[in-house]
Design a protein around this ligand. Structure first.
Ligand SMILES: [Fe+2]
Length: 230
């Protein structure tokens, strides 16, 4: 795929192409085992209760400290940069990409928190506000949940303890639902206004995850210099 030289519209490059020009882009990355271990150590019930800011019908939602925010940034910031590069490329049919000669890039964390979800709890359909991007990463699952899933997967619509993303209106050759099985170490990023919910499960124990609301910053280089020149 490509873009016309005026940069305004799509022109095919190969004899045959399949194109997905619409819809939100999401990213996935496997978290390191060191990071998962550290996060589980740092999750303490003494952390500030963040549940009044959130819709989850769950036991605990605990706010990240500055140290935890920084740990998260060290783990995923390069990946977030690559995600933005991909997204720019997809949304412009290859015409745009990140340009480190012209811009400095950074990540602004707005808020981060742990989610401790136990049996029969759930997180209703919602979006995140206050930042452009959000994410979810998985730190723990109840022992024996695989058995529950084995049973659930016999059903025509498995969902127990899964997160579901939804976007747009059903139409031909379109996809409006995206169901994801939580697995320890899996990390997803998505635009904050993408609807999602988490279904309840029955197995006794804790399903532990975290979320961070953040924005990717693009700052023109030499901006200050120009101002000085004036
Ligand atoms: Fe959420």
């Amino acid at each position: 795929m490509g873009l016309h030289e005026n940069g305004k519209f799509y022109v095919p490059v190969k004899d045959e192409e399949y194109i997905a020009p619409f819809g939100p882009v999401m990213g996935y990355r496997k978290l390191s085992s060191e990071f998962i271990k550290k996060m589980n150590t740092l999750m303490k019930t003494e952390l500030e209760d963040f549940s009044d800011n959130l819709v989850g019908k769950v036991k605990h939602e605990l706010k990240f400290s500055k140290d935890i925010e920084n740990l998260w940034l060290r783990e995923v910031s390069q990946f977030i940069g690559r995600f933005h590069s991909y997204s720019e490329h997809r949304n412009s049919f290859g015409a745009r990409s990140l340009d480190t000669n012209k811009y400095d890039y950074g990540i602004k964390v707005v808020s981060g928190w742990f989610v401790r979800q136990f049996e029969n709890e759930y997180n209703p359909l919602h979006i995140h506000t206050g930042a452009a991007m959000s994410c979810v990463g998985y730190l723990g699952l109840p022992d024996g949940i695989e058995k529950e899933w084995e049973e659930d997967y016999k059903d025509h619509h498995p969902a127990n303890g899964h997160i579901q993303f939804a976007h747009g209106t059903t139409s031909g050759y379109n996809n409006t639902n995206f169901m994801v099985k939580p697995q320890v170490g899996d990390f997803y990023i998505f635009p904050s206004e993408l609807f999602h919910c988490v279904y309840p499960f029955k197995t006794k124990g804790e399903r532990r995850s975290f979320s961070v609301n953040f924005s990717f910053l693009e700052i023109p280089k030499n901006k200050d210099k120009k101002n000085v020149d004036k």
